[in-house]
Design a protein around this ligand. Structure first.
Ligand code: ADP
Ligand code: MG
Ligand code: ZN
Length: 608
């Protein structure tokens, strides 16, 4: 994209800069003068008789005679001083000097040297510093641009307008519901009269909400592209300025420009930075609240029928101020969720369009292996696959490239020459086969797709990939328990074979505990608490943080139950492995030899 600044006004900055520049020069002059006074070394005045004494004692190295002064350089090398004495008109001076054998001479006085020395000590340093200072001011002024912290008052809203975004709905795969909702806005921008004739009011704004990387920014651009209208794009953080009032001025400017260019789209990305709920806490953010108030009143003030549509995106809708969400402002809320299986296949295909893909590549397999991945991650997988194909010297990207790319994105790059000793390798092999065996021997568990003990840059020493045949939306109690048992399978295998556990299970432990806790606190899968909610999700789209909503004594009981669930699942995993210990040995030996095995190879040995 190619944003152009829409700012006809002359920047305010330079005038102020020029004034500070004058201060700078005056200060500089003072500094130079003081430095000259302080540091020019004055010769030391001595009496003529002392000079004669020095001469007699042989303490003089060089003597310079001027019209009315005698300058003396002592022969003592440790004495850096220059002495001067007045020329008293001693007629024997020349004889004295000759007999003492010192080097001596006269200086012919000229006007120029004084001027030159003056030049050297004042003008040159001053000129140099002034040059440097001007240069630095220029740099700073340029960096801060118009509307910087040095100019108050009038805003110089940096608004970016792209005549054409170059994106259309075809670039956005999946997200059909969102596209449908936005299509209406596109229609409106094409023909506002059609709507106004019938008396229908279109929403002034629509809010795109969803996790990061799901295509919210992309969708907004596509709307502008489809409608063929100017696209004003600004990020919420750009409104927040160093000085109170600047953000509000920017909002005013933005809306003024938008009205001039109507019909158009104004897109405020990451609106939560300014749209945060106003609260009554002490020392609230004045600047942010003013900006928000300005935004609210602008949204009320402008005439929606002229065809200005405001889109905003956020991944923290719960933190937005309720005033923003009331009808007449962002009354449309368009969810942009993580893609499902179909959506993922579509996104992979969209991004593979510009890549030379070998015939027969099955994006379905890749999409199944990437449940929960966002559009941005899928785009990344396609690119990583293409990069790998280049590394391998291929002309086309093959299935294996994409599969390796999935693992790269999930677990990091392969660590080619990391030295793992045999014993540790063995432990990792048993650990991974432990997971796979426990998964395979339970009926409510997803099939094993791949097992590997090639270490990854993320620190994983190996992993077992399970891929569901179909996309799952629901999780039953049995499936959840099977999952926890599978997670404990790695440690269970270590215990069974080596009689002890290793730190390699730390990630399994974390995941198992999280799932067990969620079962009890949010899924109502504990017989004890029935359908009571014990936790609420506070941050739906960013990591899904939760906070407890129960009393501390209940929380203690929850901990107990979580422990019970994990213990029983762990016991079950140990039991399964003990019953299949021969298979465990056989599979681990095979994995140790091959380092990476597929689900089919695994099942073949298991069913022998
Ligand atoms: P968000 O604003 O939701 O965080 P972006 O719109 O910036 O996400 O998406 C980042 C990138 O991910 C896009 O530039 C695009 O390459 C890719 N992407 C995300 N969702 C999709 C999608 N539905 N279809 C195609 N590409 C997508
Ligand atoms: Mg975005
Ligand atoms: Zn593990």
């Amino acid at each position: 994209m190619n944003p152009t600044s829409q700012n006809g006004k002359k920047p305010e900055g330079p005038k102020r800069l020029r004034r500070s520049l004058i201060f700078y020069y005056v200060g500089l002059l003072l500094v130079v003068i003081v430095m000259n006074l302080l540091f020019s070394r004055d010769p030391i005045q001595i009496d003529y008789s002392d000079f004669v004494k020095m001469l007699d004692e042989g303490k003089v190295a060089v003597v310079q005679l001027t019209q009315d002064e005698i300058a003396i350089k002592p022969s003592d090398k440790n004495d850096p001083n220059i002495y001067v004495t007045a020329d008293v008109g001693d007629p024997q001076l020349t004889d004295r000097l000759l007999s003492s054998g010192v080097q001596f001479g006269g200086v012919i006085q000229k006007e120029l040297p004084a001027a030159v020395s003056m030049m050297l000590s004042f003008v040159v340093p001053f000129a140099l510093m002034a040059l440097l200072g001007t240069f630095m001011f220029r740099m700073i002024a340029k960096k801060m641009g118009p509307g910087n912290a040095m100019s108050f008052g009038k805003s110089n809203a940096k608004v970016y307008v792209e005549a054409q975004t170059g994106k259309t709905f075809a670039d956005v795969a999946g997200q059909d519901e969102a596209k449908e909702a936005l299509q209406e806005l596109v229609d409106f921008l094409h023909a506002p009269e059609k709507y106004s004739k019938i008396g229908a009011q279109l929403p002034k704004g629509a809010l795109l909400v969803g996790p990061p990387g799901t295509g919210k920014t992309l969708l907004a651009k596509a709307v502008a592209g489809e409608a063929g209208v100017p696209f004003f794009s600004i990020s919420g953080s750009e409104f927040v300025e160093m000085f109170v009032g600047m953000g509000a001025a920017r909002v005013r400017d933005l809306f003024k420009q938008a009205q001039e260019k109507a019909p158009c789209i104004v897109f405020i990305d990451e609106i939560d930075t300014i749209g945060k709920r106003r609260d009554s806490t002490m020392g609230g953010n004045d600047e942010r609240e003013q900006t928000l108030n300005q935004l609210l009143s602008e949204m009320d003030g402008f005439d929606g029928s002229r065809g200005v549509i405001i889109l905003a995106a956020t991944n923290r809708p719960e933190s937005l101020d309720p005033a923003l969400l009331r009808p007449g402002r962002f009354d449309r809320r368009i969810p942009v969720e993580l893609p499902d299986l179909e959506g993922r296949i579509a996104i992979l295909k969209v991004h593979a369009k510009d890549v030379h893909v070998a015939p027969g590549v099955d994006f379905g397999v890749i999409a199944r292996a990437t449940a929960g991945a966002s559009g941005a991650e899928l785009a990344n997988i396609i690119n990583e696959g293409a990069l790998r194909a280049v590394r391998c010297g291929r002309e086309q990207v093959e299935q294996q490239d994409f599969e390796e790319a999935v693992e790269t994105v999930i677990a990091g790059y392969q660590r080619k020459n990391s030295a793992i000793n045999e014993k540790e390798k063995q432990i990792v092999a048993y650990h991974e086969i432990g997971h796979a065996l426990v998964a395979a021997k339970q009926k409510d568990s997803a099939p094993v797709h791949k097992i590997t003990i090639v270490p990854r840059t993320s620190g994983a020493l190996g992993y077992t990939m399970q891929v569901d045949e179909q996309e799952r939306k629901l999780l039953s109690r049995e499936e959840a328990l099977a999952k926890i048992a599978t997670l404990t399978g790695g440690r269970a295998a270590e215990e069974l074979i080596f009689g002890t556990g290793s730190s390699g299970a730390s990630n399994d432990i974390e995941q198992a505990t999280k799932l067990a806790r969620t079962m009890i606190t949010r899924y109502g899968m504990s017989p004890h608490f029935d359908m009571m909610a014990l936790e609420t999700v506070t941050n739906q789209y960013l990591g899904g943080d939760t906070s407890l909503t129960c009393s501390p004594s209940t929380a203690a009981k929850v901990d107990e139950e979580v422990l019970q669930v994990i213990k029983s699942c762990h016991a079950k995993a140990s039991e399964i492995l003990a019953q299949n210990v021969e298979k465990l040995h056989a599979l681990a030996a095979y994995l140790l030899e091959k380092e990476t095995i597929t689900g089919e190879e695994f099942m073949a040995i298991l069913n022998q």
